[in-house]
Design a protein around this ligand. Structure first.
Ligand code: F0G
Length: 453
């Protein structure tokens, strides 16, 4: 087998700042055990998110100098539009400053009291925007998607039976659209097959329900389809991406992921009437339709990023390097969401520290331990993120998200080494008590104290 290496060399470097364990102990306390409160300078390897944290290419940086900063009709907008049109086939393309701005516009238009929006798994901002509109967000991923150790090539798939049952139960009139998230971030960065997308499309057609993609990681999803779906191996990623979008009536995209940029988003809508209402809301809250809250240079960088992300050498490296981390953690004994996802590895914290009860936040305890042990920043996806009332989450996960083109293999080896040390110390981890719990998206600003044993 040929070795897959980083398909780039490094032109600009950014120094890392090292801290001692004692310093990190103080930093953690000052941050009230919420790693969102830690200064990035004090983090050695930042795996908090893959969103907006990627490195841009030399071509993206040079495109930035081409930015046309005209208020209306900037050349940069037309370049961006051409690229997205070629990639997705959509002709009405709205730039937004990031993914949730597109979500906010969409759900302000179609959400509201009494409405129900299905998804495989709603990402936290999508759920929050739907609930903020008064509507209900329902997760319908296949059962394998809920079991970290179940191996399935397309664990992000929507359960077609559950979808039909939901539509029959609440009635199609109450469902303004059905969404599928590719890849399924909260379900472990797991892909959705073309076969499943086609099946969702056909259920939506049967009931007259529009079908939307949350397409933040569309290229990673398409690459998994090429690798794993029978009959797709000879198609290009571009062709697969195009079919994914052809199946949809619209999409929200955070370009901070597969747009390979630090800021940017896209809203795609086919329906003329809905599109006009989205234009009006965009102008009201984000900016004119040819810049949507971004600078011309941001549109240039995004256009170039969308070209680069479908390059198959890049995707082979990307998917392979995530898998590398996942397989090494498994070798140590970590239960991860299997198989490794596209952008991140999700550790089952419930299994890692079973002595910590869900109400004492085992995921957050592991996040704190990773920082303490090695200055690594990760994020909890469990009772902190989703436990604020209602059903407790099915899993207590910690996500190690890998920024695009930022860390080398030796950085990842350091993460593996730190995780190996921590594995031996897992019985010493302490649970946490939440001392401040904000009403929305509480993981960003919640505060904790450690429970002494
Ligand atoms: N949808 C999905 C599937 C996402 O992963 C995100 C962001 C969004 C929507 C919102 O996009 O941040 O540009 O407003 N995910 C980041 C993460 C924050 O860490 O997974 P945004």
């Amino acid at each position: 087998m040929t070795r897959i290496i980083e398909p780039f060399r490094i032109k600009v470097v950014e120094p890392l700042h090292f801290t001692t364990r004692e310093e990190r102990e103080d930093i953690l306390r000052e941050a009230r055990f919420n790693v969102f409160n830690i200064h990035a300078r004090d983090v050695l390897i930042d795996l908090l998110t893959d969103s907006g944290t990627g490195a841009m290419s030399s071509l993206q940086w040079s495109a930035i100098m081409q930015g046309d900063e005209s208020y209306a009709g900037a050349e940069s907008f037309f370049r961006f539009k051409r690229t997205v049109e070629e990639l997705t086939g959509f002709t009405h393309i709205l730039p937004t400053h990031q993914g949730r701005a597109a979500e906010r516009i969409l759900f302000e238009l179609v959400g509201g009291e009494g409405k129900v929006v299905p998804n495989n798994n709603h990402f936290d901002t999508t759920r929050a925007n739907i609930e903020h509109s008064g509507a209900e967000a329902v997760d319908l991923v296949i059962d394998e998607g809920l079991d970290p150790s179940a191996r399935h090539p397309f664990k992000g798939n929507m359960d077609i039976g559950k979808l039909t049952a939901l539509i029959e139960r609440v009635g199609p009139d109450r469902i303004p659209l059905c969404m599928v998230t590719v890849t399924n971030n909260l379900g472990g960065g797991q892909p959705v097959s073309l076969e499943n997308l086609r099946a969702v499309r056909s259920v939506c057609d049967r009931y007259g329900i529009p079908f939307f993609l949350d397409a933040c990681r569309f290229a990673e999803n398409a690459y998994f389809i090429k690798l794993r779906e029978p009959g797709q191996e000879h198609r290009t990623v571009r062709e697969i991406v195009r079919e994914m979008f052809d199946l949809a009536d619209g999409a929200t995209i955070s370009a901070k992921k597969d747009g390979l940029v630090n800021i940017g988003g896209v809203l795609l809508i086919r329906d003329k009437e809905l599109m006009q209402r989205a234009d009006a809301l965009l102008i009201l809250t984000e900016g004119f339709v040819t810049y949507g809250g971004l600078a011309g240079r941001d549109l240039e960088a995004m256009a170039q990023g969308f070209e680069e992300v479908v390059q198959e050498e890049y995707l082979a490296y990307r998917i392979n390097s995530t898998e590398y981390l996942g397989e090494h953690l498994q070798e140590i004994g970590y239960q991860i969401v299997e198989p490794p996802g596209g952008h991140a590895i999700y550790v089952d914290a419930g299994r890692f520290c079973p002595h910590i009860l869900p109400e004492q936040f085992p995921g957050q305890a592991l996040v704190c331990a990773l920082y303490r042990q090695g200055g690594i920043r990760a994020v909890e996806i469990g009772s902190v993120m989703f436990g604020g009332g209602g059903e407790p989450p099915a899993t207590e996960l910690v996500r190690l998200a890998i920024p695009r083109r930022v860390y080398t293999k030796s950085h990842i080896d350091y993460v593996v080494d730190t995780c190996r040390e921590l594995f031996g110390l897992r019985d010493t981890l302490k649970g946490l008590r939440m001392t401040n719990s904000p009403p929305y998206l509480r993981h960003f600003t919640a505060e904790f104290e450690e429970i002494e044993r």
